[in-house]
Unconditional design. Structure first.
Length: 621
């Protein structure tokens, strides 16, 4: 509108030349009128623009300028003595109607009113102008036709603008709805449906951000593992609907207290929650943990199924905080918090325990776990769960990974992050490993002729002289085929490959057993192991897939996959938690995938009788 008025004023002033040529006797007056109206109109416009006037006001200013421009010139020019020249010159008045209707993008009402005023000024001047009737009829009809024609075009233009406006408004509405749906789906994919807290996928992502800030910027943080005490007993006594209601109330309280401390919280599985908070020292983290514990206790939710003296719902909390001089692995902190949580449960529950590397209580706890491990097989404290592994291209599932579970006598589960290092330290790992292989052979390989089973093997077994012979004896005893047994060797080993390890691996391969390299990319000997051992499959650690949210992480995973592929083994990526990740692995040409999105670990009975995984395997055969 501003540019339009400046251009109109320029054209208006240039018509001063025709004033001088056609009506020279009044040209000085007409030029003065033109200049005054031009300066006044532009000054008013600029003042309103500086004051940020509304679009309606600016339209009125411009419309008034057009009307005054015509009227001011006409009132002066009509006094000329050059009547014949003026009779022709009057025709140019139609330009003002065109300007009001077509040049400026006025609203239709303003355009029409401006054009009518111009038309009225014209007919008034025409009535007082000395001319014959045919001339007046001719020129009057012309002006009237110009008015109707330009008004009609202006109506169509405004109608088209209005339709464009409506289409833009509808497109904006649809875009907003699509964005809202996208945000809702994103929240749904990151939210636990029962508690409305972050789910494991979301909290793992937040945890990685905390961890990266600590590694790169030194921003300390703490982890709390929060477990509802005796929750299985709560479900048994009160029923599962009340159990879900209890978890919802606890989650709401935990969310409020965590938010007040500026932290993040999520459901980590079952009755276990995980909270993250920035903390500069142990005292800050313990204060937060105690606030969380009191919050659950103050809910005073009845719990009549407990076997201790308490009759309300409480929580045990294990905590871990970043420390200088420790390795940068995220798994270490989670393992420490898990150990502290077990210590809190072992010390009467409803309390907080912070992991202390030099805490004698931790050593005592290790001793108690070691004692339990010695008799775990005879007391049925260990069991196996099987997690499916999927061939990405064909979609078939013909392999499962065996995962060892350890429970205390009161039913509490102990994390493998905790008890496996203790079993290795105290020498019970070999008995547990042979029990695991025998159980795999009897539960799966001897009962099902289509599934392969992978078992994680500790390097300690590979260094044991008669380990291969013991495995051969188990295969012969159970009648299980060795070519459907897979041993996964972890890469997280800070030792050089020794000759007895290579000898044991060769002996296992003679039995038909396939050898996989586990957790590739996170350990210390990956490339040298690939050079010396003919692995059938290399399992890339889950952390590389988690980093694929960024283009750099995607490129890194692609480079690792190409490196392994050039060596010959198949490639398996673990930690698949979404269909988007599975699609990405298919695009990268990865052979196999494993993770919660593929399938959750389940006991052998469910695997063989529930049938979903087994049916898929049989269909492929």
């Amino acid at each position: 509108m501003r540019k339009g008025l400046w251009l109109a004023v320029l054209a208006y002033l240039l018509f001063s030349i025709t004033d001088i040529i056609l009506i020279p006797d009044v040209s000085v007056s007409t030029i003065a009128a033109r200049s005054s109206i031009s300066v006044l109109s532009l000054a008013i416009l600029e003042i309103f623009i500086l004051k940020e006037g509304s679009k309606d006001v600016l339209e009125m200013v411009c419309a008034l300028a057009v009307v005054l421009g015509y009227a001011g010139w006409l009132l002066v020019a009509i006094k000329t003595e050059h009547v014949q020249n003026f009779s022709h010159y009057m025709v140019f008045g139609a330009l003002f109607m065109m300007g009001a209707n077509l040049f400026f993008a006025f609203r239709f009402s303003i355009s029409v009113v401006s054009s009518i005023l111009i038309l009225l000024f014209f007919f008034v001047s025409l009535g007082s102008f000395p001319a014959d009737l045919p001339y007046k009829i001719c020129i009057g009809t012309f002006f009237m036709s110009c008015f109707v024609f330009t008004a009609y075009i202006n109506w169509n233009l405004n109608l088209e603008r209005f339709n464009v406006f409506l289409n833009a408004l509808e497109a904006k509405r649809q875009q907003k709805e699509a964005a809202e749906r996208g945000q809702a789906l994103l929240r749904l994919s990151r939210t636990d449906p029962l508690t409305n807290l972050n789910n494991r996928r979301a909290i793992d992502e937040i945890l990685r951000h905390y961890h990266d800030d600590w590694r790169y910027f030194g921003t300390n943080f703490g982890i709390l593992l929060i477990d509802v005490d005796f929750f299985k007993k709560f479900n048994d006594y009160h029923g599962h609907p009340q159990g879900d209601h209890c978890l919802s109330l606890v989650a709401k309280a935990l969310g409020s207290i965590t938010k007040s401390y500026g932290g993040s919280i999520g459901r980590y599985g079952g009755e276990e929650f995980i909270a993250l908070v920035r903390a500069d020292c142990k005292e800050q983290l313990i204060a937060f943990a105690e606030a969380v514990r009191r919050t659950v206790e103050e809910l005073a939710l009845p719990h009549r199924g407990r076997r201790d003296r308490s009759s309300i719902v409480t929580a045990s909390i294990g905590a871990s905080i970043t420390r200088e001089g420790t390795d940068a692995k995220l798994e270490r902190m989670i393992s420490e918090a898990d150990r502290a949580l077990y210590l809190a449960k072992a010390n009467g529950r409803n309390c907080v325990r912070l992991f202390e590397p030099n805490d004698p209580g931790g050593s005592d706890l290790n001793d108690r776990i070691a004692g339990a491990l010695k008799d775990a097989i005879n007391r049925d404290l260990v069991s196996l769960a099987y997690q499916p592994i999927k061939h990405i291209e064909s979609g078939r599932i013909d392999t499962v990974e065996a995962l060892m579970r350890l429970h205390t006598s009161d039913g509490m589960e102990i994390s493998p992050y905790f008890f496996i290092p203790i079993a290795e330290k105290y020498g019970t790992i070999l008995d547990l490993q042979l029990w695991m292989i025998r159980t795999v052979c009897t539960e799966i390989l001897a009962e099902c002729d289509v599934l392969n089973v992978s078992v994680n093997i500790s390097p300690i077994e590979l260094k044991t002289a008669d380990f291969a012979a013991s495995v051969a004896a188990i295969l012969e005893e159970t009648g299980a085929p060795g070519d459907r047994l897979i041993f996964e060797i972890t890469e997280r080993l800070e030792i050089e490959l020794e000759s007895e390890i290579l000898t044991c691996i060769r002996a296992l391969k003679l039995l038909g057993i396939r050898i996989w390299l586990d957790d590739f990319g996170t350990g210390f000997a990956g490339l040298s192991w690939l050079r010396l051992i003919d692995f059938d499959t290399v399992k890339i650690d889950r952390s590389f897939l988690a980093d694929c949210a960024t283009s750099e992480g995607r490129i890194l995973l692609c480079d690792i996959a190409n490196l392994v592929r050039n060596r010959g083994p198949n490639i398996l990526v673990e930690g698949v938690e979404s269909n988007e990740q599975l699609v990405l692995l298919r695009e990268l040409g990865i052979d196999q995938a494993q993770g919660f999105h593929i399938g959750m670990p389940s006991p052998a009975e469910r695997l063989l009788r529930g049938g979903a995984i087994l049916a898929t395997a049989r269909e492929t055969v």
